[in-house]
Ligand binder design. Structure first.
Ligand SMILES: [Zn+2]
Length: 415
């Protein structure tokens, strides 16, 4: 059994209301507070550039300018819509940077950098497990770095992460049973070292788990338990992060299976009052995941959609940004005549056009999530009505919305 003592609690999660399996809550990490369910927009704080260019990053750069309320975006500040953000250790070398630039990125926590002064939210730093598995580590222009738990934790700490997750080995569909067990064992061993590091670092420590259904997630937990022995995992970890679902993001039946399976496994092991984060899944799946009791997500879909010229006219609908009437939205981005002009293509660089679209898209998602929180607080009827009647009419999510009503609320007659 590893030599671990119970650390002093730095993070606290309290559930404030429930409707079926759906719930609202408050996550407190140190001085920072967060209402759940909540979305962590993925922000590439470091996109290959240097300080003077807000560390570069094309569309990401304009997103950062809008979070800061910089003069170059007309002083429009959208910081309130970024109460948290997700950054992956794996993204640090996305632009093939040199070793000395990596050092610059890591010399000061994000919250202490004047370059990102508008961002005051919670920073979730993912371990980069997916990239590590697919590329064998970090690949710079003049260096290669193998990732191990010790190195990853060091970088998470140097970036100043508030929520951290252990270095994991995501599973794939092609893995054999034996391969999945091996990956679970390695992830579990990493989790022990991670737990040791987080005993003296103030953060919320999340345990990553993997699987597509109850049985796989249950088996994964067994491997973790066998490494931790009789230690109480609910005291060691502040939350659970469910991974490996990104390749399944369009298969909503699998998402529903995986999340209800994970919730069941968590409940059987005393984790029912711990927050559940789903890595890399959000967008139109959010109401389904919220309905099943997911507490947070992360997403880069707001930026991806903008890069493809898509502007959200509602949570479920998009239009080409060139065709849309921007005056119909009252968000801070669309309320600015300067930014409306740029979104219509009167901009020097493409980033100036797509960055504002990205932030508008994020605001639409955050507003819908805020509405979901209010519906949960109003009771099961209101949320079931939203899932069944409102989302039920949309082809892409309708059938699945009904599945969630059945699974989470015991059907329409159950409430
Ligand atoms: Zn807008």
């Amino acid at each position: 059994m590893p030599d671990l003592t119970q650390r002093s609690k730095y993070a606290d999660f309290s559930i404030t209301s429930t409707a079926g399996e759906a719930r609202t809550g408050e996550l407190v990490v140190g001085e920072k507070k967060f209402e759940t369910p909540m979305l962590f927009p993925v922000i590439n704080f470091y996109g290959g550039g240097r300080k003077g260019s807000l560390f570069g990053g094309s569309t990401h750069r304009t997103v950062k300018e809008l979070i800061n309320g910089d003069d170059c975006v007309g002083g429009v500040s959208c910081s309130e819509y970024f109460p948290g953000s997700m950054l992956s250790v794996g993204s640090l070398t996305d632009y093939g940077i040199s070793e000395s630039l990596l050092k610059t990125y890591l010399e000061k926590p994000i919250s202490e950098r004047p370059e990102f002064s508008g961002f005051e939210g919670l920073l979730f730093v993912d371990s980069g497990g997916f990239k590590n598995l697919s590329q064998g580590g970090l690949d710079g222009s003049d260096f290669q770095m193998e990732l191990n738990q010790h190195r990853v934790f060091d970088m998470q700490r140097q970036l100043g992460g508030d929520i951290l997750v252990n270095l994991d080995l995501p599973i794939t569909e092609d893995d054999t049973y034996e391969e999945r067990i091996e990956k679970a064992k390695t992830t579990a061993e990493n989790a022990v070292e991670f737990a040791r590091h987080t005993q003296s670092y103030p953060c919320a420590a999340y345990l990553s788990v993997h699987g597509y259904d109850y049985s796989m997630i249950d088996t994964f937990f067994e491997q973790v338990e066998s490494v931790f022995g009789s230690l109480d995992l609910t005291e060691i970890f502040d939350g659970i992060a469910l991974g490996s679902l990104v390749p399944k993001k369009d298969n909503k039946s699998t998402l529903i299976e995986a999340i209800s399976g994970c919730k069941q496994v968590m409940a059987e092991r005393g984790f029912e009052n711990h927050p559940l984060h789903v890595l890399g899944i959000s967008g139109k799946s959010m109401p389904l995941l919220v309905g099943l009791g997911v507490d947070s997500f992360d997403s880069s879909s707001y930026i991806q959609a903008a890069i493809n010229g898509k502007y959200y006219t509602s949570f479920l609908e998009t239009e080409r940004v060139d065709d849309v009437d921007l005056t119909k939205c009252d968000c801070p981005v669309c309320s600015s005549p300067l930014l409306r002009e740029r979104m219509k293509g009167n901009a020097e660089y493409r980033k100036d056009q797509m960055g504002p679209v990205a932030v508008h898209n994020m605001i639409i998602q955050q507003k819908e999530l805020s509405r979901m929180r209010k519906l949960i607080q109003s009771g099961p009827e209101a949320f079931v009505d939203y899932l069944g009647n409102e989302l039920g009419r949309h082809r892409s999510v309708g059938r699945y919305a009904h599945d969630v009503v059945n699974k989470s609320f015991g059907g329409y007659d159950g409430i």
